[in-house]
Design a protein around this ligand. Structure first.
Ligand SMILES: NC(=O)c1ccc[n+]([C@@H]2O[C@H](COP(=O)([O-])OP(=O)(O)OC[C@H]3O[C@@H](n4cnc5c(N)ncnc54)[C@H](OP(=O)(O)O)[C@@H]3O)[C@@H](O)[C@H]2O)c1
Length: 276
């Protein structure tokens, strides 16, 4: 139940019907008994800038942004947080006085939190992918003290461009060239392994026994990569934690409470996602 004073936010995307964000924000709103609502906001690419201005005029506190709008959102903001600048993308909009739009990117922060206390400074990381998610993850790892990040991507020029954009201890390796020796953390930030996509075929044998394997793909929850990691006795981190944690800063900015990505939330959202 909401009143006329309800705080409003939502998720802008096209399509948006598959998004779990209304489910998880709705869970937090109910859990904290807030006079608030979080809505699915399906908007096509051409209508995105007008839709953002309209939401700000309507008194929305802000919105999440998903495909295909993450780059358009970056361009449209009046101000951006340092981590959004670093990620080159925006997934969270906060509307301020006079409709001023501030853009944040919480994906990297969410990814780090999803590791459950694994210290990223303990050794080098290998990030598979060079798209928007790979950039956010690699930037967060570097900014958190990871001593070296190796990018491995199908398109090598794209990985090289990302390495240049990130700066610092970043190198590029090609698939199958064995960058895994001494690797403390392997992250799949490609879309491989996602439902409807080809599987990710990657030999985990060279990984040290204490390496952590993370997959940011969360549909299915248990990707073939994570299953292979567990079969080797490696610690495996699924992509659902990143999804839950990345939502927290936006909720705090709009509704005034930093919510927990706890087991209860995980159960609610996991029930909506196939395990395999
Ligand atoms: N858990 C979360 O909260 C969260 C958040 C954001 C994203 N994600 C997931 O992360 C994944 C990547 O998202 P994104 O936004 O970074 O996408 P993107 O910008 O489109 O990048 C896709 C990446 O996957 C690679 N790729 C795609 N198809 C491939 C294939 N057949 N063979 C080899 N490589 C392939 C691409 O390589 P090329 O550069 O060579 O094309 C690129 O590195 C998606 O599955 C998304 O659902 C999860």
């Amino acid at each position: 139940m909401i009143t006329a004073a309800a705080r409003l936010a939502g998720i802008l995307g096209w399509p948006v019907a598959h998004s779990r964000s209304p489910l998880l924000h709705g869970h937090w709103i109910a859990r904290h008994g807030l006079d608030a609502a979080y809505l699915p906001l399906p908007v096509r690419a051409h209508a995105f800038p007008a839709a953002v201005r309209a939401l700000a005029s309507l008194g929305f506190r802000g919105a999440n942004v998903t495909l295909p709008h993450k780059e358009a959102a970056f361009a449209l903001c009046d101000a951006r947080t340092p981590r959004a600048e670093r990620a080159g993308a925006v997934n969270t909009l906060v509307f301020g006085e006079g409709g001023r739009v501030t853009g944040d990117c919480t994906d990297g922060w969410g990814f780090l939190r999803s590791l459950g206390g694994v210290p990223v400074a303990r050794g080098p990381a290998v990030v598979l992918g060079a798209g928007g998610a790979a950039r956010a993850v690699a930037a967060a790892l570097l900014d958190e003290g990871c001593p070296r990040v190796t990018l491995v991507n199908r398109s090598v020029p794209r990985a090289e461009a990302l390495a240049r954009a990130l700066g610092g201890p970043v190198e590029v390796a090609v698939m199958g060239a064995g960058p895994l020796e001494g690797c403390a953390l392997l992250v799949n930030a490609t879309s491989l392994g996602m439902r409807g996509q080809p599987p990710l075929e990657f030999d985990l044998a060279p990984l040290p026994p204490d390496a952590v394997v993370a997959d940011i793909v969360y549909v299915p929850l248990e990707t073939p990569l994570l299953a292979a990691a567990r079969a080797r006795g490696l610690r495996a981190v699924d992509g659902l934690g990143m999804l839950l944690h990345q939502a927290r800063p936006g909720f705090e900015a709009w509704f005034g409470i930093l919510p927990e990505a706890d087991e209860a939330l995980r159960r609610v959202v996991a029930a909506d996602i196939p395990l395999r």
